[in-house]
Ligand binder design. Structure first.
Ligand SMILES: [Zn+2]
Length: 130
């Protein structure tokens, strides 16, 4: 498997800490799910991806930065990341999972981030209303 995925990054640790403090249990990097989500809340059928802005080309200042050294190597690599993210998300939704993406730059504002994660985890899926 040639896939290089950094694990236990600082933004991931921040997100885990918040989810944990909110009282949720989760699993890390479930290999049986598309994209190996960073956090999986099995019972809720929800997953969270924590994306580095540069590696996943977020639409922010960090993500807009293009590689200056060996762009012929990095640019396609980053584009593959984005495509892989998109496919994983589509596939997870198809399987009935709720997906939240937390960007690295969002982990710098703890208050907003707690709010975002709490809202996502507390929300009921539409199926529950039927
Ligand atoms: Zn960003």
């Amino acid at each position: 498997m040639s896939r290089v995925k950094k694990t236990n990054t600082k933004p991931e640790l921040i997100v885990r800490q918040i989810a944990h403090r909110l009282g949720y249990r989760f699993r890390l990097y479930r290999k049986d799910l598309p994209g190996n989500p960073d956090l999986t809340f099995t019972r809720l059928k929800k997953v969270i991806f924590v994306h580095g802005c540069f590696w996943h080309r977020h639409d922010c200042r960090l993500g807009g930065r293009l590689p200056t050294t060996r762009p012929e190597y990095w640019t396609p690599k980053l584009e593959r990341n984005v495509e892989r993210d998109r496919l994983a998300e589509v596939e997870l939704c198809r399987l009935g999972w709720d997906v939240l993406v937390v960007w690295e730059c969002e982990t710098r504002d703890g208050v907003l981030l707690v709010d975002k994660i709490a809202t996502f985890l507390n929300s009921k899926t539409e199926l529950d209303n039927g």
